[in-house]
Design a protein around this ligand. Structure first.
Ligand code: PLP
Length: 430
């Protein structure tokens, strides 16, 4: 299979239905799959043969999406789930037990922050937050019960690219895997090539691209030696009481370096549910087919918007990797290829009231709490996504009162700029 993303998104994991010749991936809207005979059923349940049993665990439509995104990210296997949140939670729960910890960057999507600061804590898993600007901080926060490090490639609102290669290299010396949320930068960034062990996406965003389906996926890089970690990874290296005492790093060796993702599927997904629905996998596959083309247009439009906003008198500051300098720019250039992404922030000189007026005046941009849609989107974080935070906490997370977040779509650039221009005029009058 080609390693070119433009080809992978159309061809990886599927070549016409063997029984019907169907070129498009069929929607296998079924709960269960008939076994050929009792021996077949026994082999499937015993993992002696891989195959479909029940759609909570595996489904042929979902399987194509998993193979395709695994190929795109350069991993060995993937697991699609019902949401990005499920993907984040499962990516950690497969490695942790009560009393364990992970170390995470502070710069996270708010939903991930809540999961880490509250729900994982209630489950007995501590999350230690460190400043992503200081890669060595991950090592300092690590101890014998640390099971993984976690970060986002291009976290908003600061939009400073995470030092993936630096942190992954420090982690590999200590035997700690780096899990990267690559939701904001598919195609642009390949975290596994930079040393990450696992990649996750909310497929709800750029990969789906059309704002139709919530979904998530975890990709196993197959490039991390879990067995060498020994006691660091008891869930993979000690007998699993929920699977006839299987030791995952041993049990799946003949199938390849997939112990991590197999355990996530056969234990965590089996027990907690949250599979991706076949129809959502189908819609997500449609989006994936044009992802490389859309990312080109997203990035080209975003560059034009960043330049336009930078020279606008109502704008105090633009937040986008293309206009960064120094270390932030160096990290962006080291990790991103082909563009700086379509997420952008800008600060209005006139603060929160102007932010509201700007949002109210938009006609083309949708006012939604989402990113990565083919359409242009906008939101005023201080009064919405970050409104539960104290003003000081808002500032620490990068949200000033006049901050507006944009997700630049793939419409004609003239229409995007015209809408921004008229809304900025309205904000200035407010
Ligand atoms: N990760 C990032 C970076 C996100 O922006 C989001 C959602 O906004 C998620 C994870 C969670 O994904 P989902 O909404 O599909 O559960």
């Amino acid at each position: 299979m080609s390693t070119n993303p433009e080809t992978q998104v159309l061809h990886a994991g599927w070549r016409a239905d063997p029984s019907t010749g169907s070129v498009a991936v069929p929607i296998h809207q079924t709960t269960s799959f008939q076994f050929q005979d009792t021996g077949h059923a026994e082999r499937l349940f015993g993992l002696a043969e891989m195959g479909f049993i029940y759609s909570r665990i595996m489904n042929p439509t979902v399987d194509v999406l998993e193979k395709r995104i695994a190929a795109l990210e350069g991993g060995v296997a993937a697991l699609a789930l019902g949401s990005g949140q499920a993907a984040t939670a499962f990516s950690i729960l497969t490695l942790t037990q009560p009393g364990d910890n992970i170390v995470s960057s502070t710069d996270l999507y708010g939903g991930t922050w809540n999961l880490f600061a509250n729900t994982l804590k209630q489950m007995g898993v501590e999350v230690r937050f460190v400043d992503p600007a200081d890669p060595e901080g991950f090592a300092r926060a690590t101890d014998a019960r640390t099971r993984a490090w976690y970060a986002e490639t291009l976290p908003n609102p600061k939009l400073q690219v995470f030092p993936i290669a630096e942190v992954a290299a420090i982690g590999r010396k200590l035997g700690i895997p780096l899990i990267m949320d690559n939701t904001a930068a598919p195609i642009l960034c390949k975290p596994l090539e930079l040393g990450a062990a696992v990649v996750m996406h909310s497929t709800t965003k750029f990969i789906g691209g059309h704002g139709t389906s919530i979904g998530g996926i975890i990709v196993d890089g197959g490039n991390f030696d879990w067995e060498a970690g020994g006691d660091r990874f008891p869930t993979l290296n000690q007998p699993d009481p929920s699977y006839h005492g299987a030791v995952w790093t041993q049990a799946v060796k003949p199938l390849g370096p997939i112990a991590y993702i197999i355990r996530t599927r056969t234990c965590i997904l089996r027990d907690l549910g949250a599979p991706m629905a076949p129809f959502n996998a189908f819609l997500t596959l449609q989006g994936l087919e044009t992802l490389p083309l859309r990312m080109e247009r997203h990035c080209a439009n975003a560059l034009r918007v960043a330049a336009f906003l930078s020279s606008h008198p109502a704008v105090e500051r633009v937040i986008h990797p293309s206009v960064q300098t120094g270390e932030a720019k160096r990290r962006a250039d080291a990790a991103l290829r082909g563009g700086y992404g379509s997420l952008m922030g800008f600060e209005l000189k006139a603060g929160a009231s102007a932010g509201r007026a700007f949002i109210e005046a938009l006609q083309l941009f949708y006012h939604v709490a989402n990113i990565g849609d083919a359409r242009s989107l906008a939101i005023h974080p201080a009064t919405t996504t970050h409104s539960q935070l104290e003003p000081a906490e808002q500032l620490a997370s990068g949200v000033t009162p006049g901050y507006v977040r944009l997700s630049i779509g793939i419409e004609h650039i003239d229409d995007i700029l015209a809408d921004l221009s008229q809304a900025l005029d309205a904000a200035t009058r407010a």
